[in-house]
Write a protein that binds this ligand. Structure first.
Ligand SMILES: NC(=O)c1ccc[n+]([C@@H]2O[C@H](COP(=O)([O-])OP(=O)(O)OC[C@H]3O[C@@H](n4cnc5c(N)ncnc54)[C@H](O)[C@@H]3O)[C@@H](O)[C@H]2O)c1
Length: 356
């Protein structure tokens, strides 16, 4: 019998990868799935050979007593999902990104983590692509391009859809550095479909100050400078790192290149969602079991996800205040709601840039 028994909450498109990788992880077993929609949960049960299917999360937790929960839902009830898991004695809950949307949610998750010791891991699985996990990019940034002074990070999804992945990787590449301050502008609110859950200004351009005078331009905008040839918004993820002695550029699905003084040609390495995505999810998931076994801490452990979320939410506070703000941010849910209402009103009036 596998050592760790898992429950899948949410049987939507994203969950397929969460389950698919289980056939390659011998010490973990997906013992039950749960979805409000019968067709979805039954299709998962039959396709992936999952023994039990439930329509009620709390009942599933009580009957299955899983060690691990995968919450692969829209980010509407992350605190409830984690609280129920902790109350049922779950050892680790994997929360799909974004792990929170409003400022108070990360505070509540933090409180659950401190109180119960349950591992809470945000599913930013790109950290487990080999060139990221093994520190190849971090080491080029630290050692090969001289003194880093400028980074451009751009994604076509908003700051709660692609932003969590982009901030997560940025912090990994900067050796878990956290920003000291941010000055951002943003506008447009969409309250339908996917964006109704991934709630953030649709267009956000932030300047972050990281330690050692590293400036980061962080662009989450459908019109950002993208990566040619990509269709889907989640494929447009790009970084440029400029140092005193060279440059690194990285495009999620094309690869990375770096060139330092004295190199006739840039050196190229792989980065590919298509060929690394599933293996990344597998290694990410297997690393949860390893962490539970007392092995290496998970690369996406709670503190890491919390830091990335707080960096993103600080940009929204800066938009709200119309000025540069220092971290830690002090943004509240009330201010978050007020910002949203004001941006909607701006949008309706056609005066979108009043907070910049
Ligand atoms: N890490 C990545 O690379 C990546 C990629 C795509 C999507 N995502 C994230 O994955 C998440 C899910 O995306 P999706 O497209 O699969 O969403 P989805 O809405 O299609 O699927 C979620 C499923 O959860 C079910 N659900 C919601 N609340 C439930 C409850 N209380 N009890 C039982 N079932 C419940 C819904 O019925 C639905 O079937 C989002 O947060 C998204 O941002 C991450």
């Amino acid at each position: 019998m596998a050592k760790y028994r898992s429950l899948l909450l949410g049987c939507g498109p994203r969950a397929r990868e969460h389950v698919d990788v289980y056939r390659e992880i011998p010490n973990m077993e997906m013992v039950a799935c749960c979805d409000l929609i019968e067709d979805r949960r039954e299709e998962f049960r039959s396709t992936f050979g999952i023994p039990e299917a439930y329509d009620d999360y709390e009942k599933a937790l009580a009957e299955v007593q899983p060690d691990v929960v995968h919450a692969v839902t829209q980010p509407a009830r992350r605190v409830w999902e984690a609280e129920c898991a902790a109350a049922a004695g779950v050892k680790a809950v994997i929360l799909e990104k974004p792990m929170a949307v409003m400022p108070s949610e990360i505070v509540a998750l933090d409180e659950i983590q401190q109180r119960t010791g349950m591992e809470m891991i945000v599913n930013c699985q790109r950290r487990y692509f080999p060139q990221f996990r093994d520190g190849v990019i971090r080491d080029i940034v630290a050692e090969k391009i001289g003194d880093l002074y400028f980074v451009r990070a751009s994604a076509k999804g908003n700051s709660m859809s692609m932003g969590p992945h982009m901030m997560d990787l940025l912090m990994l590449f900067l050796d878990e550095a956290q920003p000291e301050s941010v000055w951002a502008m943003g506008y447009d609110i969409v309250e339908e479909g996917y964006q109704a859950y991934h709630r953030s200004p649709e267009r956000l351009l932030a300047e972050y100050w990281f330690p050692n005078d590293v400036r980061v331009i962080f662009d989450c905008d459908a019109d950002c400078l993208g990566t040619p040839g990509e269709e889907s918004f989640w494929m447009h993820l790009h970084f440029d790192f400029l140092g005193s002695n060279g440059r690194l550029y990285l495009t999620q699905n094309k690869g990375y290149w770096y060139q330092s003084e004295g190199m006739a040609e840039p050196e190229h390495g792989e980065s590919s969602w298509d060929s690394q995505g599933l293996a990344g999810q597998r290694d990410f998931t297997a690393a949860v079991a390893e962490a539970l076994d007392g092995g290496k801490p998970h690369l996406n452990r709670f503190e890491v996800g919390k830091a990335a979320f707080n960096a993103l939410i600080g940009a929204q506070q800066s938009i709200y205040e119309g000025r540069r703000i220092d971290f830690p941010h002090t943004f509240t849910d009330e201010q978050w709601t007020e910002l949203r209402e004001e941006l909607k009103a701006d949008q309706a009036r056609g005066t979108r840039l009043h907070r910049s």
